[in-house]
Design a protein around this ligand. Structure first.
Ligand SMILES: Cc1ncc(COP(=O)(O)O)c(C=O)c1O
Length: 377
C-alpha cells in the first residue's frame, strides 16, 4: 500500500524529545516551546507565535480574538475544512461563503466584495492544498471596509506570495505572514508536524496576549485562580514543540521534496486529458501539501470511482473537501439555505488527492503515476 501521507521523523526530533524526557520538561512550558514559537513566527515574518493544541483550536482562538458580537459576519470559502466555519459559529459569528477559483481551488477573491455587509467583521482566506490565495485584493478590501484578515495557512507551510505585484515595492512574503492573525496546523500530514499541534501568529501585541490567555484558561497574572473571562486548555506540550523545532530546522529540504513530488506528478500526468492538475500562479510558490487532481466528467467516473480503482491497486487517496454549504451540521443551524457554489460542488465530486507525503520514494511515485495512467488510458 502506498499511503497518502507518511511523516518523516529524523534523528534531531528524537534527540530533542529525549532531552525533554531526561530533563522532565514534558508539559506546557519549557525551552522548546519558546524556541518553537519564536522560530515559526520569525520564519513566517510575524512578531508573535502562540502554540496551541491543533489547527482547529488555533482557528477558534484566532476568531475569538476578533471579539465578534452575535450575528457578526466572517467571509470564507465554502471549500475548506469544517474547523473554519465552526470557529466562527462557536464565537457567535455567522459564516458567509464564497465559491472557489477553478484553477487554484482557493477562495475566488473576486466574489468577496459582493458579500460584504454592515455586519462583516473579517475575511478568512484559506490557502488550499499548498497554493496561496491571491491576498492583495483581500488586503485592499479589508483596508477599505475596516475588516480583519484571519489567514488560514494550515496547509501552506513555507508557501510564498508575491505581494504588491506591479509596484516597485513588490516582494515575496510567506503565507502565514499576510493576515492580521494567521493560523497553522502541525498535524502529522503537514510540512511541519508536532503530531498534533497548531499555532496562532500575529504582529499585534494585544491579540497575542489575548490568544495566550485564551489558550490557558484565562488565568490572570496577578491572581492565578481568578477569572474575568472564560478560556480553554488548548496548550501544546514542550515534547510536541521539541519535534516541531527539529522539523522547522529541516523546512527547506521538506519544501524542496514537496516541490519535487508536485513537479514530477505534473510533468508525467499532464498528457492525460481526463484530469485537471494543480497550478502554480506566477505570483505564487506553492508547496504541494497535497497533490490534487480533478477528474473530468467525460471519463464517466467521479472521484469515488477513481479512488476505488486506485485502492484496488494499493494506492491510497483522499477525497477533496465537501463545501460548508453542503454540511448537514451547518444547514441544520439555518445557514446557507438554498445556496449553491458550482465550482466547490464539482471539486467535491470530482477531486481527490494522490499520495503526497514527504517520505514518498521515486519507486512509489512511479507506481502511482503508472496506475493512474493505466486506469485513465
Ligand atoms: C485549512 C485547514 N484549516 C484547519 C485545519 C485544522 O487543523 P487540525 O487538524 O490540526 O485541527 C486543517 C486540517 O488539516 C486544514 O486543512
Amino acid at each position: 500500500m502506498i499511503p497518502v501521507n507518511e511523516p518523516l521523523i529524523g534523528e534531531k526530533e528524537t534527540e530533542y524529545v529525549l532531552d525533554c524526557l531526561r530533563t522532565g520538561w514534558i508539559s506546557s512550558s519549557g525551552k522548546y516551546l519558546e524556541s518553537f514559537e519564536q522560530a515559526w513566527a520569525e520564519y513566517c515574518g510575524m512578531r508573535y507565535g502562540v502554540a496551541v493544541s491543533n489547527g482547529t483550536t488555533a482557528l477558534q482562538v484566532a476568531v475569538a480574538c476578533l471579539d465578534l458580537q452575535p450575528g457578526d459576519e466572517v467571509i470564507l470559502p465554502t471549500f475548506t475544512i469544517i474547523s473554519c466555519a465552526q470557529a466562527i459559529t462557536y464565537n457567535s459569528g455567522k459564516p458567509v461563503l464564497v465559491d472557489s477559483d477553478p484553477q487554484t481551488w482557493c477562495m475566488d477573491v473576486s466574489q468577496v466584495a459582493a458579500k460584504i455587509t454592515p455586519r462583516t467583521r473579517a475575511i478568512m482566506p484559506v490557502h488550499i492544498y499548498g497554493h496561496p490565495v491571491d491576498m492583495d485584493p483581500l488586503i485592499t478590501l479589508a483596508r477599505q471596509h475596516g475588516l480583519r484578515i484571519v489567514e488560514d495557512a494550515a496547509e501552506a507551510h513555507g508557501a510564498l506570495y508575491l505581494s504588491g505585484r506591479g509596484a516597485t515595492t513588490a516582494g515575496w512574503r510567506r503565507c502565514g505572514g499576510l493576515g492580521d492573525i494567521s493560523v497553522f496546523s502541525f498535524y502529522a500530514n503537514k510540512l511541519v508536524t508536532t503530531g498534533e499541534g497548531g499555532m496562532v501568529l500575529t504582529n499585534d501585541t494585544a491579540i497575542a496576549e489575548k490568544a495566550r490567555s485564551l489558550r490557558n484558561l484565562c488565568f490572570q497574572r496577578e491572581r492565578r485562580f481568578y477569572h474575568t473571562e472564560l478560556g480553554h486548555n488548548f496548550r501544546l506540550t514542550n515534547l510536541q514543540a521539541a519535534i516541531g523545532l527539529a522539523q522547522i530546522e529541516r523546512i527547506p529540504e521538506t519544501i524542496a521534496k514537496k516541490r519535487w513530488i508536485g513537479e514530477t506528478y505534473t510533468n508525467r500526468l499532464k498528457h492525460i486529458t481526463a484530469i485537471q492538475l494543480p497550478v502554480e500562479e506566477a505570483w505564487a510558490r506553492q508547496v504541494y501539501w497535497m497533490y490534487g487532481i480533478i477528474l473530468d466528467e467525460s471519463s464517466g467516473m467521479n472521484a469515488v470511482d477513481l479512488a476505488r480503482k486506485l485502492m484496488d491497486e494499493s494506492v491510497e487517496t483522499r477525497p477533496f473537501f465537501l463545501g460548508m454549504h453542503e454540511q448537514p451540521a451547518l444547514i441544520n443551524m439555518g445557514l446557507f439555505q438554498g445556496e449553491h457554489y458550482p465550482v466547490a460542488e464539482r471539486l467535491a465530486r470530482q477531486g481527490l488527492y494522490l499520495p503526497s507525503g514527504v517520505a514518498l520514494t521515486q519507486a512509489q511515485i512511479d507506481k502511482v503515476i503508472e496506475t493512474v495512467e493505466k486506469i485513465l488510458a
